[in-house]
Design a protein around this ligand. Structure first.
Ligand SMILES: Cc1ncc(COP(=O)(O)O)c(C=O)c1O
Length: 433
């Protein structure tokens, strides 16, 4: 058994810190887990009171190589001892260039590509938009229903869900247009109709970019109807629009391929990366077709900490681990296990309306009724709570908060994953009653 609960969380040590937190930390900071971490390794977290948890959230998808992978930690320590910061626009370092080369070489598609690094996912998306505008000399941005692209003013505008992400933060940025996502479960639609709606909403000749998540992350692991990515690629070529694949949640191997767009047989113009790229250290990037990326001239985009040397060393180590430990294969293998378990649960519990995903990016959508598809929002929250009580941390998602998504560390052991799924099943059984 991986999980050992000694006290009900929060135990006395965690509780003491939470009391201080109430006093000194802004209330916007509201963690899912009711304990304070002591340390973590792989897919396991230990709290200050000695309880152990199986982490199926990976810090919102940042830990494909697991907590504190020894190779990543070693490289971070070695780099920290050499130098912490130069600003790559003052003095360049080899780990930045090495990482760019590796990410470019991993990116499928015939066009020559280049890379540039930032700090957060939102920053990568902001910069992908800036690059798109510089390249096309156009201004409008198209995003989708269910999209999540970040919390800065521009990316918050691009994000769909109002509460909690946008409430009270208006006015938003102009020239951002939202289109429906042809969602096979909730909203199937013809692509012809989609194009008609698009050309009615905005003059396509004024559109700089369409920003698309190959699998929606916060939106609930929604994969658009079959053929939609190719349709989008043709449409963007037709109107001279940059196609941006936001791979911040899908990338770095989670779907069984390094880049999720590879599943769809298309080549986007720009790809944003973040989250698992540096195992939780602040790093993000834009990889893209050379002539598009190079539309921005000398020092046109950047920032003080972007592509920090400790983070780029960590990212190079992450790529080593993905290769050395065959994590793409593990994503497939664990993904198959999770899908099979969820499909079996779907036969047992009518609460599970849909099972979907690719590779290890697997989710279930919970509904009160399989015909009306009324979202089972409260039940989903109860399941997350019940799992936490039993020592398994899982994440919700979806516009209606009725999706349970797996963001497992790909290094998780078979036994830990089995135990995690036994717990999820017993929580769903309990809430289904
Ligand atoms: C698809 C996608 N884009 C962008 C972001 C924003 O990334 P960050 O929180 O690092 O700014 C996220 C974060 O969840 C995401 O999932």
């Amino acid at each position: 058994m991986a999980m050992k609960t000694k006290t009900e969380a929060p135990g006395p040590k965690s509780k003491a810190w939470f009391e201080k937190k109430e006093k000194y930390v802004a209330q916007a900071v509201s963690p899912l887990a009711p304990f304070i971490i002591a340390d973590a390794r792989g897919a396991l977290i230990r709290d200050l009171d000695g309880n152990e948890y199986i982490d199926l959230t990976g810090g919102w998808g940042c830990l494909n190589v697991g907590h504190a992978h020894p190779h990543v930690v070693k490289n971070i320590q070695a780099q920290a001892a050499r130098f912490l910061h130069t600003d790559c626009s003052v003095v360049m370092y080899d780990s930045y260039i090495r990482l760019a080369e590796r990410l470019v070489k991993l990116a499928p598609g015939p066009s020559p590509k280049k890379a540039i690094f930032f700090n957060s996912g939102a920053e990568a998306v902001e910069n992908a938009v800036k690059i798109s505008r510089a390249y096309t000399k156009k201004k409008a941005i198209i995003v989708f229903e269910g999209a999540f692209h970040g919390r800065t003013l521009l990316t918050m505008t691009m994000t769909h869900k109002a509460k909690p992400y946008k409430e009270g933060f208006a006015p938003f940025v102009s020239d951002v247009y939202r289109m429906p996502l042809p969602n096979p479960y909730r909203n199937p639609m013809s692509f012809k109709l989609w194009e008609k709606q698009f050309t009615t909403l905005v003059n396509p000749d004024e559109v700089a970019c369409i920003v698309w998540e190959p699998i929606q992350g916060e939106g609930g692991f929604v994969i658009a109807q079959e053929g939609f990515p190719s349709f989008l690629r043709e449409l963007t070529h037709k109107y001279g629009i940059v196609l941006v694949a936001d791979e911040i949640q899908t990338g770095i191997g989670r779907t069984g391929k390094f880049y999720a767009y590879d599943h769809f047989g298309i080549e986007p113009d720009l790809i944003t990366l973040g989250k698992s790229i540096a195992s939780g250290l602040p790093l993000s990037g834009v990889v893209g077709i050379q002539k598009v990326v190079d539309a921005v001239g000398d020092s046109g985009i950047g920032g003080t900490y972007v592509g920090n040397p400790v983070a780029t060393e960590a990212a190079n180590a992450v790529l080593d681990v993905i290769e050395d430990e065959n994590l793409l294969e593990k994503a497939e293998k664990h993904g198959k296990y999770m899908r099979d378990r969820f499909l079996k649960m779907q036969d047992k519990f009518t609460l599970i309306g849909d099972v979907r995903g690719i590779g290890a990016m697997i989710a279930i959508e919970l509904v009160k009724d399989r015909v009306s598809l009324e979202p089972a929002t409260e039940e989903t929250a109860q399941i997350v709570k019940e799992c936490l009580k039993q020592g398994v941390i899982i994440a919700k998602a979806g516009l209606y908060g009725n999706v349970i998504r797996m963001l497992i560390p790909l290094v998780i052991s078979d036994a830990e994953l089995r135990e995690g799924f036994d717990t999820i099943e017993s929580a769903i059984a309990k809430v289904s009653k």
